[in-house]
Structures are given as structure tokens and as C-alpha cells.
Design a protein around this ligand. Structure first.
Ligand code: SF4
Ligand code: SF4
Length: 472
């Protein structure tokens, strides 16, 4: 393709690199329009949720708290512990299938609408940039111009404001792990008293600052793993930002009669508005983050030239070819079924698990002791240690330990220091003594079960052991 316009892109090179491989910084035009408005509203909704959520307490606990040090992970009043790690499998599987399902249906909607990279850059960092350095062309002139007083103070101010924004994002991020209220008081103290946390916060701030302030679309183009494999999850029936070439081609060049040509006037407004610098008219490309800027830019041109909007729009390639889009393709059905199955299995596991586990071990020392009453009657005593472990909750549990076998109930006496037992912590070890007449032992041992009952929920655990005593 011969180069005929300064915005006409090179055939075999990214728009963000020059012929020597150096980075070309992007200065996408600001656009106005339906999608721009919707995206701004949605971005601010996400940002407010991100900033406010860790300050909200539900059931006396921070709404989301990932306490790595104590291995306690709270999500909306439900706390999970390290031993709940198998549940992570559900989240991972649900995540993978949801990504597949969403991408198969709506392409890179995540990139354009909800990825922190897009949301923070577009709603915060680019706004700061416009505020300090002006509109895109003014920013480009400043960038290409010499280092004079104007450039120094504008760049200093911009990076100072970027740092303030990055510090805020970082502190909220850390709040999800440390606890926002605790973090607030920590920030009032001398950094020396929390040096590790201090350096972690500084490091993450620098990382965010460089990523959102400088690296920007490069992350999407060369570092994002999702960007690499999303193309295998899409096909001609996936909704994407597309250019309708049946409507747009052949393009009208300046001076040509608009009635003789199709709708694209080759104005490059779509290219100038693209944050990754691509030309959507060349078809779907890996670099497209589905931000919809080109839709609004082109709709504006269509309105001005008296054509119907939607030359660039959300649509499927099948639709563009005049075929019917098939939303019920096998891969969508498989993804959807798998997601439902995972959520059902997760709900079943959480709801029908006792939230309690118990391990019964024989007490240390001799397996049994023989005791005598004042009348000289002999009894055998077995000592057990029951380790109670509650999962999924840090709420108190009232635990009652009973004997399962009704047949031996009258001949066996259970001695537990406190029964019911108030389980306040995650773990507790309870000493249990079983006293019984020797006659119930037929051959020196008798299968026997403890029934461990959560009195709040009524859920029960059965633990099988054996009672032992002398053979004769
Ligand atoms: S091609 Fe359009 S939707 Fe894709 S990144 Fe560029 S402006 Fe955004
Ligand atoms: S903005 Fe629309 S009319 Fe202008 S070049 Fe892009 S597709 Fe063609």
C-alpha cells in the first residue's frame, strides 16, 4: 500500500513504533458521542466502587479483605481460610470459562470497558494530561518541542499530579490486603515502624505511575496475556468493533463526488482517535482494545456528511457478510453450561459442608486406663483428643459431642470438660474421655463413633474410632 496520508499506517509495523523500532507516543483525539458518554459513566462507577468498597463493613468485617499474613480471605462477610484452598479451584475454573464465554460473545469488551489499564488511563491519567498540557495536538507539539520553561513546568506539574493519583490508587489497593482503617492509622505513624509496608507501597506506586503514566497502551500491545490469546476465543459470530467495508468502500477521496462513492470519506478521524494507533478499516486486529473511540469519531463524520451512523459499529463479521449471527454456537453453550455447573457445585460445597471439620486422635500415653469405684467396680477409660477446625466462618460455634451408638449408650459415659463447647477460634483441641464397663468389649476393642454437632446449624460430623481395653 503506498503511503498517501501522514495518518496512513505502515503495513508491517505497529503504529506505536517508528522505522528504527523506537516508540511513537500516541496522542488520541478526544471524541464525543454515545459510547464515549456511556464509557465515562461506567469508568467512574468502577472507580467509585474500587475506592469505596474497602471502606464498607458488612457483618462487622471489611467487605473485601485479603489478609495474606493471617491467611484469612473475606468476601462480603464470608471468610475463607488457607484450608479452604480447594474452593479457589471453583473461582479459577469460573474465571477461565467466564473469560471464554464473554470473549466468544462480545469480543474484547473487558479491555474497552473494565480493564484497570483502560479505566485508570482514560478516566484519570489522560484527564490530568489534558488539564495540564491541553488538547492532543497541543500535547504532541509540547512533546516534540524543545525543553523550555513551559515544557518543564507542565511536565513537572503533570507528573506531580500523576504521583498523587498513583498514591491514592496504591493506598486503596493496599487497603484490600491490610485493611483500610488499619492502613489509615499506619500512614499516621513513622514509616520506620512499618518499613516493609512502606517500601511495598512506594514500589507499587512507582509501578502504577510508570505503567499508567508512561507505558500505557504498550502494556495492551506487548505485555497483556489476555490480548495474546483472545483471538482464539473469538470467531465470526463474536460481537466486536468492526468497520462495514461493504458500506464504506470504495472510499471517497477529497474532491470526489460523494454520491458516486461509498460512505467512508477517508478522513482518518477513526485512526486519529485510536489509543493504540490502528486503522480499524484494515479489519480486526490484535491491537484493538474495543474502546469504541473510532465508533464515536466516525459517527460524528457520518452525521456531518449526512450519512447514516454506524459505518464503524459493534457487530459480528457474520452480520457484515449478510449472514445470520449464531449466538447458540457449541462453544457458547459449552462455556455457559460449564459456568452454571461450577456455580452450582460451589454453592453445594459451601452450603452443604458443615463448615466444620474434626480429627480424632487417641490421647498420648497408654491407650486405656482402668479405674475403680468405691464399691470396687472396675471401669475402663479411653482418652481422645478431638481437634475442631471451622472453615468458611470466624463466627462462634456451639459444638456438642455425643455418642452415636444408641446400643451402648447406657454402658458408656462421655466425659468432656465443656459440652457443648464454644468454638471461638478457627481451631481448638478438646480432651474427651470415654468411660465404660469392660463387659461391652468382646475382643479387646469395640467400634465406636462420636457424633459432633454444630448446634447453630444442626449439621453433624460422625467420627469413627474404637474403644480399647484389656483382652481378659
Ligand atoms: S480500533 Fe477503534 S475500538 Fe479498536 S482500539 Fe482503536 S479506537 Fe478503540
Ligand atoms: S472516521 Fe469513518 S469516514 Fe473517516 S476514515 Fe474512518 S471510517 Fe472513514
Amino acid at each position: 500500500m503506498s503511503k498517501k496520508n501522514k495518518f496512513d499506517l505502515h503495513d508491517s509495523r505497529l503504529a506505536t513504533t517508528d522505522e528504527s523500532g523506537h516508540r511513537v507516543f500516541m496522542f488520541p483525539e478526544d471524541v464525543k458521542g454515545f459510547w464515549r458518554t456511556k464509557r465515562t459513566q461506567f469508568y467512574w462507577f468502577l472507580i467509585v466502587v474500587y475506592l469505596v468498597l474497602p471502606w464498607i463493613n458488612i457483618g462487622g468485617k471489611q467487605s473485601i479483605l485479603l489478609n495474606i499474613a493471617d491467611r484469612e480471605f473475606t468476601f462480603f462477610s464470608h471468610t475463607f481460610f488457607a484450608h479452604n484452598a480447594p474452593l479457589v479451584l471453583f473461582f479459577l475454573l469460573a474465571f477461565v470459562f467466564t473469560i471464554g464465554f464473554v470473549t466468544s460473545l462480545w469480543g474484547r469488551v473487558w479491555c474497552g470497558w473494565a480493564c484497570p489499564q483502560t479505566v485508570f488511563i482514560d478516566a484519570l491519567y489522560r484527564k490530568v494530561e489534558s488539564l495540564v498540557e491541553g488538547k492532543p495536538r497541543a500535547r504532541q507539539r509540547l512533546d516534540e518541542g524543545p525543553w523550555n520553561f513551559e515544557k518543564v513546568w507542565k511536565r513537572s506539574t503533570k507528573w506531580f499530579l500523576y504521583t498523587v493519583v498513583s498514591l491514592h490508587i496504591t493506598h486503596t489497593f493496599i487497603g484490600y490486603f491490610v485493611g483500610t482503617r488499619r492502613l489509615f492509622w499506619i500512614t499516621m505513624e513513622n514509616p520506620n515502624s512499618n518499613l516493609t509496608l512502606f517500601f511495598t507501597t512506594i514500589s507499587i506506586t512507582v509501578l502504577f505511575l510508570l505503567n499508567f503514566g508512561w507505558f500505557r497502551e504498550q502494556f495492551c500491545l506487548i505485555a497483556c496475556p489476555y490480548g495474546r490469546f483472545q483471538s482464539v476465543m473469538m470467531d465470526d459470530h463474536s460481537m466486536n468493533v468492526v468497520y462495514d467495508d461493504r458500506r464504506g468502500e470504495p472510499r471517497r477521496q477529497p474532491g470526489q463526488d460523494k454520491t458516486e462513492h461509498a460512505d467512508c470519506v477517508d478522513c482518518y478521524a477513526c485512526v486519529k482517535a485510536c489509543p493504540t494507533g490502528i486503522d480499524i478499516r484494515r479489519g480486526m486486529q490484535l491491537e484493538c482494545i474495543a474502546c469504541t473511540n473510532c465508533i464515536d469519531a466516525c459517527d460524528d463524520i457520518m452525521t456531518k456528511t449526512g450519512r447514516e451512523k454506524g459505518l464503524i459499529r459493534y457487530d459480528t463479521l457474520a452480520n457484515l457478510r449478510g449472514e445470520k449471527t449464531n449466538y447458540f454456537k457449541p462453544r457458547n453453550i459449552i462455556y455457559f453450561t460449564a459456568i452454571i455447573a461450577i456455580f452450582v457445585a460451589f454453592g453445594f460445597t459451601v452450603n452443604y459442608s458443615t463448615g466444620l471439620s474434626a480429627e480424632v486422635l487417641r490421647g498420648l500415653g497408654s491407650p486405656y486406663r482402668i479405674t475403680k469405684t468405691v464399691t470396687g467396680k472396675k471401669h475402663i477409660l479411653n482418652h481422645f483428643q478431638i481437634t475442631l477446625d471451622q472453615s468458611g466462618s470466624v463466627e462462634d460455634k456451639m459444638i456438642k459431642i455425643e455418642i452415636l451408638e444408641e446400643s451402648v449408650n447406657s454402658k458408656v459415659e462421655l466425659k468432656v470438660p465443656r459440652n457443648p463447647y464454644n468454638l471461638k477460634k478457627n481451631h481448638a483441641r478438646v480432651n474427651v474421655f470415654v468411660k465404660f464397663n469392660k463387659e461391652i468389649l468382646k475382643s479387646g476393642s469395640l467400634p465406636f463413633s462420636f457424633k459432633i454437632i454444630d448446634l447453630k446449624t444442626g449439621k453433624e460430623l460422625i467420627k469413627e474410632v474404637s474403644l480399647v481395653g484389656p483382652i481378659n
